[in-house]
Design a protein around this ligand. Sequence first.
Ligand SMILES: [Zn+2]
Length: 321
Amino acid sequence: MDKSKVLELLSKFISIQSVSADSKRRKEITKAVDFLKNQFKEMGVDVKIIQKGQSPPLILGIYHSDHGRDLNGNRKTIGIYGHYDIQPEDPVDEWESPPFELTIKDGKLYGRGVADNKGHVIQNLTSIKHLIKVNKLKNNIVFIFEGEEEVGSDNFENYVKEAKDILSRVDVFYVTDTGMYKKNIPQIFYGLRGLVYFELEVDIGNKDLHSGIYGNRVLNPVQILAHLLAKMKDEKTNRVLIPGFYNEVRSITQDERNNFKSFARSDEEEKKTAGVYKMISLDKDQAYLSSKFYPSLDVNGIVSGHTREGAKTIIPRKATL
Ligand SMILES: [Zn+2]
């Protein structure tokens, strides 16, 4: 397939505003599903849709290789995972090109979803399409595309269970919802850190109080949170001080160290990419490993008290992080 056709297809996919976090754009989710269904149809791939209520469905595309037999045969079956939903485009005024218009600038592609995960989905579809066309595809393929990846994949487990008969025949899964280390340096991910998300609320009563009247007599929830947070991490290394936090973390082998060392970016480069003034390291020997091999703990936001213009002398009744 020539390059312009691939770009045309990607451009069409990018123009669909399949933001799963926005319930007002459910029609766009349907458009993305139809888009993929059409692609499968053109490729001669069977489609199966699994959906619960109005949730974004799971799309399965099943290809039986002519060279093999059906999914029970000896030919290996390759599973390809991807997602057709995207993150919201806000803040819109910080985009240098319209988010839903594929834009090429200095050899780079811009548009919401290009890097996560629509670009990869198009790569997978067009390359498999090409292999089928030139009669070179010798494996069975099972595509599995979900539409809730950006909002926590609520139904994914159930969908997978429903598709068990098909998915259990997959020999190897190929997940391209990842990135490349650098131009021309592809990466194979063999582990991900996972995620646990908490909301913590400290409450001292049922109303905000005047700090002139109650200062010194009640606890301040912001301060309580600040004390708690200060105890959780070493500020110099970012090492988490919560007992047992690293108990089940396996150690890094020498091979892994050497491998990472051979291509890791310098702190200077990392600083530039991240746009920060300083980088720190948890790993004593290899800074880059700090965010690759160790679990981390971070505060994503704190809300409390008076944050609007001007002063307001209160002791807030609660603080949330
Ligand atoms: Zn993704």
